[in-house]
Write a protein that binds this ligand. Sequence first.
Ligand SMILES: N[C@@H](CCC(=O)N[C@@H](CS)C(=O)NCC(=O)O)C(=O)O
Length: 214
Amino acid sequence: MALQVIAAVKAAPGAPDILGDCPFSHRVLLTLEEKKVPYELRLINVADKPGWFLEVNPGGKVPVVKFDDKWVADSDVIVGILEERYPEPSFITPPEFASVGSKIFGAFVTFLKSKDPNDGSEQALLDELKALDEHLKAHGPYIAGEKISAVDFSLAPKLFHLEVALGHFKNWTVPESLTHFHNYKKLLFSRESFEKTKPSKEHVIAGWAPKVNA
Ligand SMILES: N[C@@H](CCC(=O)N[C@@H](CS)C(=O)NCC(=O)O)C(=O)O
């Protein structure tokens, strides 16, 4: 009997029947799609979490994935299990590249929420993006070279949030001079798996709005 995989991921804010805007959920869906693992999708309204979801996942965060009879939380753990159970195609990132770009999401969120233009948060994000651009120049087109890997599937949804949210709330775009970054982003966003699993821009904006306006 085929193993049954169920992926419970975030529904869109205010639209419980539409795939939502969680970058960690998106990362898991990208990995499932790229590995061609059949799965059942369950959308979780995080503003009103269903009882069954809290029962199997008391931490209450999405994504959670059911492998056989066991629900597993945390995208890092889930992706690790997917790699073990479905080793082909392999998306293991060589350890020396595994943390490339890992500070971008935090820097993006700090800048997005910042109300003080002189607090250095824009420059901090630019520094991280420049470091990624330089890495890609030396090693690209993907973070680990010619082959796409887990670190790219982790970063792609975060870069989508960065582009959509900073464009909307701050009228800010990544400088065109970061050509390797832009090429990388285009490669990621044009993948079939990404097209199939990405949230709508309006839902990304709706998801960030309460945090930006807090
Ligand atoms: N470290 C976790 C983070 C998951 C996470 O933060 N999920 C958010 C949505 S993107 C969530 O479930 N928020 C709802 C809540 O905390 O109630 C992972 O990688 O899976």
